[in-house]
Design a protein around this ligand. Structure first.
Ligand code: FES
Ligand code: FES
Length: 193
């Protein structure tokens, strides 16, 4: 009997792998096929050349390929926002973006922000991070907001972070941290002018 190709979904809904079932039946170990692609991208300001299976997402490349585990793998389905990174300055869910799409582009992850960054500082100082799982995604969404709107209102912050879920803080301290960071960025920019 000819081998049968079938697609199976992994625990992540966005990944589909082709599995070759041997004629001996489903008990035989499946053989997985994955084309490897070369990726040339900029991560946190550094040029990066790597290779990855063609079905990998940006999240897979960051965490499994490059050990940049600051970007969190929450739902894997685009719901929680824990995997948010900046792609050419815009917040995206890394679990939903194929790595091939990021080729030639620029990524910012939480590792690209220093501890003295106002957002990193205010999240830590004002108790906006408890377990911290959502924090990298929150901070990067907030950074995209402040790049576009340096003096946001509470409503603006809540709207910008609406796609980032937190199970711990209740959001009040998170919003406060973003507003405080906005003032710090404004001060730093006034002093540098
Ligand atoms: S892990 Fe990507 S949105 Fe939840
Ligand atoms: S601090 Fe725990 S999920 Fe947000």
């Amino acid at each position: 009997m000819w081998p049968i190709l079938r697609a199976i979904a992994t625990h992540r809904a966005c990944r589909v792998r082709a599995v070759l079932l041997r004629s001996a039946g489903d008990d035989a170990a499946p053989i997985e096929f994955a084309m490897t692609i070369a990726l040339d991208l900029t991560i946190n300001g550094q040029r990066c050349r790597t290779q990855a299976p063609d079905h990998w997402t940006v999240l897979d490349v960051l965490r499994d390929g490059l050990a940049l585990t600051g970007t969190k793998d929450g739902c894997g389905e685009g719901v929680c926002g824990a995997c948010t990174v900046l792609l050419d300055g815009l917040p995206v869910r890394a679990c939903l973006v194929l790595a091939a799409y990021a080729a030639g582009r620029s990524l910012i992850t939480i590792e690209g922000l220093s501890e003295s960054d106002p957002l990193v500082d205010t999240f830590a100082r004002l108790g906006a991070a408890q377990c911290g799982f959502c924090t990298p995604g929150m901070i990067l969404s907030a950074r995209a907001l402040l790049a576009e709107n340096p003096a946001p209102s509470v409503h603006d912050v809540r709207e910008a972070l609406a796609g980032n879920l937190c199970r711990c803080t209740g959001y009040v301290k998170i919003v406060e941290a973003v507003l405080t960071a906005a003032r710090s960025y404004a001060c730093a920019s006034a002093l540098s002018n």
